[in-house]
Design a protein around this ligand. Structure first.
Ligand code: TXA
Ligand code: MG
Length: 323
């Protein structure tokens, strides 16, 4: 059931979460499927409902910076604490940080890792909801495992139906792709998943930061190669052989090209931005993939963008969707 985020409904949503139910809520990145981190049954239900392997840990969502001490142990890690202070101005925002775990956080939430992922989302409905809950809320993206993340309340309903007890409505997500994940627990800070908080932004605050190598990414198991994929086969426009296209092709372009709709097999065309604007592309990318997936296409052909700034995250998600 999708409900508007009135004060009454926010209170109701928090009440449901505290009694062990699952509540989906909007964030600036994608919709999350929330559960109380202290409720074992609710956390187990998240894995079950998503069809997510229990080896893939969940992100904990917090209302304020001071809540971090409820889920992370920083006393013995002055270096981690210093890094945290440096990025604190990016919160609330599309950034998730990996920290040493507090002993009281259930290993179910962290998939038995000694670390915990935390973020403070920048969406007024998410913040009002988290404030009302007064407990840390575990929330993976509110989709079935391996499908495209949901960027509207309707996507959540389509994916999860009655398996979710309540969906708070918050309109389409402004950023549209998942948060940047940075690990603070190693010798140097590492970006495990690119997102709207870019490498350049992080490097200005943490000069030694690096992008994780492919083998390190595996420790964030959600980064397994096939992850954000629609059911329809999808490949880059540049790799397509125009002379042997199947009968029904959809094309997702990132700027206004001439002549694409003249390709006879092109039965659906979406232009995500008129001039290749990264924010417009990321905002519409997942919704467009879902829309195209309903069209019984034989193939989706998709554009590319330069891998700078937010373009890194856009290309990362597209590569994981190719098949
Ligand atoms: O934007 C987002 O981050 C959204 C919204 C709802 O906040 N959430 C999201 O959650 O994308 P999810 O579960 O779909 O992706 C979480 C990623 C997974 O790749 C998981 O492996 C990684 O975070 N992760 C969680 N805890 C971790 C940990 N302790 N160490 C390394 N990676 C971790
Ligand atoms: Mg996900």
């Amino acid at each position: 059931m999708i409900l508007p985020p009135t004060p009454d409904n926010i209170r109701k949503a928090a009440g449901l979460l505290l009694q062990g139910d699952l509540v989906a809520f909007p964030t600036e990145t994608v919709y999350g499927l929330g559960a109380d981190i202290a409720n074992k049954n609710a956390i187990e239900r998240i894995y079950k409902v998503k069809g997510r392997p229990q080896t893939n840990p969940l992100i904990i969502h917090l209302y304020s910076f001071n809540d971090i001490q409820k889920v992370a142990s920083l006393e013995d890690s002055p270096l981690v604490e210093a890094r945290l202070q440096k990025i604190s101005g990016l919160w609330p925002g599309p950034l998730t940080v990996i920290l040493p775990k507090h002993p009281l956080v259930s290993p179910l939430v962290t998939a038995n890792q000694e670390t915990v992922a935390v973020r403070i989302p920048n969406h007024h409905v998410a913040l009002e909801f988290l404030k009302e809950c007064m407990v840390p809320v575990a929330a993976p993206s509110a989709n079935r495992s391996t499908y495209v993340s949901p960027t509207t309340a309707e996507h959540v309903l389509e994916d999860l139906g009655d398996d979710v007890d309540m969906i708070l409505y918050g309109g389409p997500c402004k950023i549209g792709i998942e948060s940047t994940i940075v690990s603070f627990v190693g010798d140097i800070p590492k970006i495990l998943r690119p997102g709207a908080i870019t490498f350049e932004t992080l490097q200005a605050l943490l000069p030694d930061i690096e992008l994780a190598q492919k083998n390190e990414e595996v420790r964030a198991p959600g980064m397994s190669p096939l992850h954000y994929a629609p059911f329809t086969p999808i490949e880059f426009i540049r790799d397509a052989d125009i002379s042997t296209l199947p009968p029904r092709v959809g094309i997702i372009a990132f700027k206004d090209y001439e002549g694409l709709d003249a390709i006879p097999q092109c039965v659906k065309l979406a232009t995500l931005s008129l001039n290749g604007n990264f924010s417009e592309i990321s905002e519409r990318l997942f919704g467009t993939l879902r829309e195209f997936d309903k069209e019984k296409l034989d193939l989706i052909l998709i554009d590319e963008c330069p891998e700078t700034g937010l373009g890194v995250a856009i290309m990362d998600r597209i590569r994981r969707a190719l098949h």
